[in-house]
Design a protein around this ligand. Structure first.
Ligand SMILES: Cc1cc2nc3c(=O)[nH]c(=O)nc-3n(C[C@H](O)[C@H](O)[C@H](O)COP(=O)(O)OP(=O)(O)OC[C@H]3O[C@@H](n4cnc5c(N)ncnc54)[C@H](O)[C@@H]3O)c2cc1C
Ligand SMILES: NC(=O)c1ccc[n+]([C@@H]2O[C@H](COP(=O)([O-])OP(=O)(O)OC[C@H]3O[C@@H](n4cnc5c(N)ncnc54)[C@H](O)[C@@H]3O)[C@@H](O)[C@H]2O)c1
Length: 473
């Protein structure tokens, strides 16, 4: 028997679930197809369990740092089993909410099995034929593992998914790849007492593109984390029960060398779909449409800003347009925002430095260092810097990069300003409480305002904490 629907959605992750909801506003004839267990990458093996592990690591670090305030504490004793028990049980709670939602949807609108295209409107799902008016591909991504490593290292090679099923912490882990996942997990494991070394292929650590801030990030992370920069092409080998990299051995190698979209294996090669020179899908991010037909792609499957909120937004657009097809609507997207939950945190809001340079935009940069920032110093988190970028002539805020305290919050303020089209002056006219880390942002904005040769705002020095940074000098 052939199943027939108006919209078939492949993948019940964040993007697929958002697409399902949006499509169901138009039609009840929607089919959500999932090959694996429900529960989403974010809740099962991504955003949530990684932040749970980081929260435990931060608690241990706070105990270690207490003496700097005059509070004496014994060095923390990390109970790995208890740490992982909390990570898993809280993770299961988050997954439970997702399962509740999916299981609340009519059973006739859900199908289990791996989907593969027969043609643009026909799918094979584990032997079941599905015909669809339109299809949303929301298949997510998977870790990219260098060729031969899996065969060579077997179970000693792990990826992020494996970490969150641990019942105890290992003794040592080599983390390969100093991108977002590598940085977050390496730092968390290190603070939980695991012997860690983070291997970066180049000298870059994390996503900052501003050369000054990238250098600062390298220095700050190297102060705490055993870090091998410029590791080049690694050649890990099994040495007994361990993985050897150079002359150091580890219990496990955590591969965090990037992720690849799950578009291969879908039977799409025969379809004439637009791709870039590297074979990546060229999808219109305002319609989620891939090509001119009834095919839509959302979430990590697109390789475009692989973040949770982007997956949800793209899923909504894809589901809505798939159900409307061929009446496809263009939808606005939000200002970019990315946060890394390292310590110090990293945020990129609006356009990055590299994007502005590549686009040839005329912009000025306002800078602040947090080393002397009043509230940051009070809390002993005075490490890092913030660069804000504004357009010459108009003074409009274009973007910002930051490594430092409260970056997850300051990043939001900056992204909201970028999206509203605020000028530097409008931002300076907004309230700043005292004493807060955001006063550092004001310092950077004042410097930017002066460099842009915009009319100077009145400078009120901070008389009570009088750091030169906050006095606006
Ligand atoms: C360790 C880690 C930490 C992260 N932390 C953050 C964070 O803090 N903040 C943030 O914004 N983002 C974070 N992310 C990124 C975020 O998790 C992803 O951007 C988001 O989960 C992508 O959602 P998705 O719907 O595209 O994919 P997924 O949730 O992976 O869903 C894809 C689904 O498609 C299914 N599927 C695949 N192929 C087929 C097929 N052929 N047939 C049927 N079903 C199929 C899969 O089984 C899966 O269920 C993190 C990611 C990782 C890995
Ligand atoms: N806080 C968050 O929002 C968060 C957290 C985790 C993941 N994510 C999302 O997941 C995406 C994927 O994260 P990721 O860390 O897998 O990818 P990434 O692209 O951020 O980092 C991969 C890193 O691995 C390096 N690399 C590649 N091949 C290598 C090799 N053979 N040896 C050594 N290093 C190698 C790359 O140079 C890069 O630095 C991120 O782009 C992000 O969007 C977000």
């Amino acid at each position: 028997m052939t199943l027939s629907c108006d919209v078939a959605i492949i993948g019940a992750g964040t993007a697929g679930m958002a697409a399902y909801r949006a499509a169901r506003v138009h039609t009840g004839r929607v089919l959500l197809i999932e090959a694996d267990a429900y529960g989403t990458t974010c809740a099962r093996v991504g955003c949530m369990p990684s932040k749970l592990l980081i929260a435990a690591a931060d608690a241990a670090q706070a105990v270690r740092e207490a003496h700097r305030f005059g509070v004496q504490a014994e060095p923390p004793r990390v109970d790995g089993r208890a740490v992982m028990q909390r990570v898993r049980s809280e993770r299961d709670r988050f997954v439970g909410f997702v399962l509740e939602t999916v299981h609340g949807w009519p059973e006739a609108t859900r199908l289990s099995g791996r989907a593969c295209f027969i043609d643009a409107h026909t799918l094979d799902v584990a032997g079941q034929r599905v015909e669809a008016g339109a299809v949303v591909i929301a298949t997510g991504s998977r870790p990219r593992i260098p060729p031969g490593w899996r065969e060579r290292l077997g179970a000693r090679l792990i990826v992020n998914d494996d970490v969150f099923d641990w019942t105890d912490l290992p003794r040592s882990v080599a983390v390969v790849g100093a991108g977002v996942i590598g940085l977050e997990l390496a730092m968390a494991l290190h603070r939980l007492g695991v012997r860690v070394r983070l291997f970066a292929r180049s000298s870059r650590v994390g996503p900052l593109t501003d050369p000054e801030l990238q250098l600062l990030a390298q220095r700050l992370f190297a102060e705490e984390l055993p870090l091998t920069l410029n590791a080049g092409s690694l050649d890990p080998v099994l040495d007994g029960e361990q993985v050897r990299i150079g002359d150091e051995c580890f219990d496990l190698l955590l591969c965090a060398s990037g992720r690849m979209p799950n578009l291969d294996g879908l039977g799409l090669d025969a379809l004439p779909l637009p791709r870039d020179a590297d074979g990546r899908a060229l999808v219109d991010r305002h319609t989620a449409q891939w090509g001119n037909g009834a095919l839509f792609v959302a979430g990590d499957a697109t390789d475009d800003r692989p973040l949770l909120h982007e997956a949800a937004d793209a899923g909504r657009i894809a589901g809505d347009n798939a159900a409307r097809w061929p009446d496809v609507h263009h939808r606005p997207r939000r200002a970019p925002l990315a946060v890394v939950f390292s310590d110090p945190q990293i945020a990129i809001a609006g356009a990055s430095y590299a994007e502005l340079m590549a686009a040839g935009v005329a912009f000025d940069t306002g800078r602040v260092s947090f080393s002397d920032q009043g509230r940051s110093r009070v809390m002993l988190v005075n490490r890092g810097g913030l660069h804000v970028y504004a357009e010459r002539g108009t003074g409009r805020l274009l973007g910002a990069e930051m490594i430092g305290p409260a970056a997850e919050h300051i990043g939001h303020l900056l992204a909201w300003s970028v999206q509203r089209g605020d000028t530097v002056q409008q931002m300076l006219d907004s309230p700043f409480y005292h004493p807060v880390v955001e006063e550092g942002l004001r310092t950077a904005l004042r410097q930017l305002s002066s460099d842009l040769h915009l009319p100077s705002p009145p400078i009120e020095s901070c008389l009570d904490c009088d750091t030169s940074a906050e006095a606006g000098n």
